[in-house]
Ligand binder design. Structure first.
Ligand code: COA
Length: 261
C-alpha cells in the first residue's frame, strides 16, 4: 500500500479495522480519501489473512459527513458524472468484497457517509449516531449508490421519506427500520462490531463468501435466474472440504474445523 494520509488500518487477529481519518472535516470523502479507501479495501480483499473488515470513522462526531461539499461545488456536469461513477465504483468494491464488511457508525453518517455504510454488508451504530441524506437541501441528490441501495434495505416508502425530507434519523429509529443491526454504547462500538464479525468468521469462509455472492448477484437479476445461480453455488459449496467437515462435525456432535478449502 502506498503512503496513506486519510485511511488507517489496524489488525485484530483476522479482522482488519479500517478508519477514515479526516477529522477536521468530519471525515468527509474527498477524492484522495476515496482513492486511498479503494486501495486499502482491494488489498484487504486479496489478503488471505483477513477474514472480515470493520469500517469506521475517526473521532467521536462522525462516521463520515458525506462527500466533500467543497469539491462538489467546483464540478461541472461532466466532471460530476465522473465523480459519481468513481464513488459508485469504490462502494461497489466494498459491497463485492468476498469477506464480511461491518460499518461501525459512531457519529453522523450523512450523504455519502450513509451511502458508504449502505455499501457495507452490516452496520452497527453507537447511540449518538445519526443517519441521513441531506443532499436535497444542497440542491443535489445522492450520487454514490444511495438511491439504489437504501430502498433495497429499508423499503421504498422509508427510502423516499429519508431522501426527500433530507432529515436525519437517530440510531434507535435506524435499528427499528432495519438500517442497523444493533445500537450500542459509544465506548463499546468497535468491540461490538468485532463481535458481530467474529460471529461470522467462526463459520467457513467459503460458505460466507458464497452466500454473500448469491445474495448480491440475486439483486441484479430475475428471481428465476437468481435461484438458478443459487443452486449452482450450492452445488459448488457441497463439494468443498469445509462443507464435508461441517456436516460430519454435526453428525459426530462436535465443533467443525473449517480450513477454507
Ligand atoms: N464536506 C466538506 N466539509 C465538511 C462536510 C462535508 N460533507 N461536513 C462537514 N464539513 C466540515 C465543515 O465545513 C467544517 O469545516 P471548517 O471547520 O473548516 O469550517 C468541519 O467539517 C466541521 O463541521 P461543522 O459544520 O462546523 O460541524 P457542526 O457540528 O456544526 O455540524 C454537520 C455537523 C454534520 C451537521 C455539518 O457539518 C453538516 O451538515 N455537514 C454536511 C453534511 C452533508 O450535507 N452531507 C452531504 C454532502 S453531499
Amino acid at each position: 500500500m502506498s503512503d496513506l494520509k486519510y485511511i488507517r488500518v489496524e489488525w485484530d487477529g483476522e479482522i482488519a479495522v479500517v478508519t477514515v481519518d479526516r477529522q477536521d472535516k468530519l471525515n468527509a470523502l474527498n477524492a484522495d480519501v476515496l482513492r486511498e479507501l479503494v486501495e486499502v479495501i482491494e488489498s484487504l480483499g486479496a489478503d488471505a489473512g483477513v477474514r472480515a473488515v470493520i469500517l469506521t470513522g475517526a473521532g467521536e462526531r462522525a462516521f463520515v459527513a458525506g462527500a466533500d461539499i467543497g469539491e462538489l461545488a467546483r464540478l461541472d456536469a461532466v466532471a460530476a458524472v465522473r465523480v459519481s461513477r468513481d464513488g459508485q465504483r469504490v462502494f461497489d468494491v466494498i459491497e463485492r468484497l468476498p469477506k464480511p464488511v461491518v460499518a461501525a457508525v459512531g457519529g453522523v453518517a450523512l450523504g455519502g457517509g450513509l451511502e458508504l455504510a449502505l455499501a457495507c454488508h452490516l452496520r452497527v451504530a453507537a447511540t449518538r449516531a445519526r443517519f441521513g441524506l441531506p443532499e436535497v437541501g444542497l440542491g443535489l441528490m445522492p450520487g454514490f449508490g444511495g438511491t439504489v441501495r437504501l430502498s433495497r434495505l429499508i423499503g421504498l416508502g422509508r427510502a423516499i421519506e429519508l431522501t426527500l425530507t433530507g432529515e436525519p434519523i437517530d440510531a434507535g429509529r435506524a435499528r427499528d427500520i432495519g438500517l442497523v443491526s444493533a445500537v450500542v454504547e459509544p465506548a463499546t462500538l468497535l468491540a461490538e462490531a468485532k463481535a458481530l464479525a467474529k460471529r461470522i468468521t467462526r463459520h467457513g469462509p467459503l460458505a460466507v463468501r458464497t452466500a454473500l455472492e448469491s445474495i448480491y448477484r440475486g439483486l441484479d437479476t430475475t428471481s428465476a435466474d437468481a435461484q438458478d445461480f443459487e443452486s449452482v453455488l450450492f452445488g459448488l459449496l457441497v463439494s468443498t472440504q469445509d462443507a464435508r467437515e461441517g456436516m460430519r462435525a454435526f453428525l459426530e456432535k462436535r465443533k467443525p474445523e473449517f480450513r477454507g478449502v
